[in-house]
Design a protein around this ligand. Structure first.
Ligand code: CMC
Length: 433
């Protein structure tokens, strides 16, 4: 990681005193004020709910320029990676910092194959979940359970690092597919070393002993692309959760399980499911897109246009553009006509031409078109956020590793402005009224 340049000093003036604050600049000219000594020097804290203006760390993994719609992993443009790479190459890139050579990729793939099984005893856990348990609930619990089945490694050598990363990347895909099989009451399917990462996932999801299942290369390519689009997005809610939990010294599995729980929310990764629910509602109820746009603008209505808006992007999300093209391509190639795609396109157009959305720079985000592609592949809606989880895992791992080696790392512990009652005298229960 490059040292951050110090390029000047800002001043905070308060209560007759001046506090000098260093201004720093990253490798893409993003600037920040170093307030680490602020409270010690001034007794003031920075108040920033939702951390919209807070830089929690230095990071060399992913660069997002929200004003210009740029996203790069380790310096490579998302457009190049999504067009030319497999998900496993991108996972390797995020974790190791460089794209793999052919030899490194083959070795990494062999490692993933070797560790794709889960301990047989873990399969019993699945049976104890109620039939309609959400796969995200199962997955988060299973990932944290891995820590009791697989001894924790400190990843101090390259081999240990590869093993720890390979295990998790590989097993999460098996756990995800098993949680689906469990929810539909079908027999579990084991991974096989004859298939690639994505092929294996599709096979574990859809193979049954009583029907022919052929893996479609169109679906394999599309799923690789979607996973790449999700692979990292710097300090988003779930990655911050992984870092926060990791900052306490918790093991990788515990930190990742926290990330999975954070991702589940509808404002974050759960939005891909919420988008389809919204489009289905419009379709079934015959609701015009105009009405939905009006509802989204109404401050007395909690409804928001799902798959729209982003904390960082103030222009079209580059992932959404790739996801939209991929969606149209997959539906074409599979010969599927989904009315939800027409509704999505119409709704997007309506919103993008509306002054409410224009004034607030609200555009489709990555979750807007991904669900329609997954639907076309026969993936059920409650698995959408699970797919996002598999995609985001290499990013989370890369951040956990970066944090572990960061000399600036301290336990994550924000402050608050207390706004509750001042001191009150204790009242015994019989005197309370
Ligand atoms: N529909 C209607 N209004 C919106 C929307 C939306 N989807 N998103 C933001 N706004 C409005 C919001 O009401 C506010 O208006 P005002 O200035 O009048 O109060 C303004 O735009 C700024 O919004 P915000 O809530 O302050 O923005 P935020 O950065 O805190 O939230 C967000 C970002 C993604 C949570 C939000 O845009 C949202 O809820 N979107 C819908 C859920 C969604 O699609 N989430 C996926 C995010 S991308 C992938 C991921 O992270 O997993």
């Amino acid at each position: 990681m490059e040292e951050i340049k110090k390029i000047g000093t800002a001043e905070l003036k308060y209560d007759g005193k001046t506090y000098p604050l260093e201004v720093m600049e990253g490798t893409e000219a993003e600037r920040g004020i170093d307030i680490r000594a602020l409270r010690k020097d001034s007794r003031l804290i920075a108040f920033d709910p939702g951390y919209g203006n807070t830089g929690s760390c230095r990071s060399a993994i992913t660069f997002v320029d929200g004003e210009n719609g740029i996203l790069r992993y380790r310096g490579y443009a998302i457009e190049d990676l999504a067009t030319n790479c497999t998900f496993i190459e991108v996972a390797y890139l995020l974790v190791h910092g460089a794209l793999p050579t052919q030899n490194q990729l083959s070795k990494f793939s062999r490692l993933l194959n070797r560790h794709s099984l889960i301990h047989e005893d873990m399969r019993n856990f699945f049976r104890t979940y109620p039939e309609h348990a959400h796969p995200m609930a199962i997955l988060s619990a299973m990932v944290v359970s891995l820590s009791s089945f697989y001894p924790e490694l400190d990843a101090s050598s390259d081999e240990e690092l590869d093993l720890m990363v390979g295990r998790l990347l590989s097993k999460i895909r098996t756990l995800a597919a098993l949680s689906y099989k469990q929810s539909v009451g079908e027999p579990h399917v084991y991974p096989t070393s004859k298939l690639t990462y994505v092929e294996n996932f599709l096979n574990m999801m859809f193979y049954t002993p009583v029907a022919n299942y052929e893996i479609d290369p169109v679906q394999v390519r599309a799923l690789n692309k979607l996973l790449i689009l999700h692979a990292d997005h710097e300090q988003n809610c779930s990655t911050s959760a992984v870092r926060l939990v990791g900052s306490s010294g918790a093991n990788l599995y515990a930190a990742i399980a926290a990330g999975i729980c954070a991702l589940w929310g509808p404002l974050h990764g759960g939005a891909n499911q919420a988008v389809i629910e919204m489009l289905e509602y419009i379709h079934k109820e015959g609701e015009g897109v105009e009405k939905m746009v009006e509802r989204a603008k109404d401050k007395n209505d909690p409804f928001r246009l799902m798959g729209f808006g982003h904390r960082v992007y103030k222009t079209y999300d580059p992932r959404a553009r790739i996801a939209k093209n991929a969606c149209e391509e997959v539906l074409n190639k599979l010969g599927i006509k989904d009315p939800l795609l027409d509704i999505a396109v119409e709704l997007e157009e309506k919103a993008l031409n509306d002054s409410y959305f224009k004034d607030r720079n609200l555009y489709p985000n990555v979750d807007y078109y991904t669900g329609i592609t997954l639907r076309a592949m026969g993936i059920p809606m409650n698995m959408f956020t699970v797919i996002f989880t598999i995609g985001r895992l290499p990013g989370w791992i890369a951040h956990w590793l970066e944090l572990r080696d960061d000399p600036d790392n301290r336990i994550g512990r924000p402050r608050q402005i207390y706004s509750g009652p001042n001191h009150r005298d204790y009242v015994p229960i019989e005197q309370r009224g």
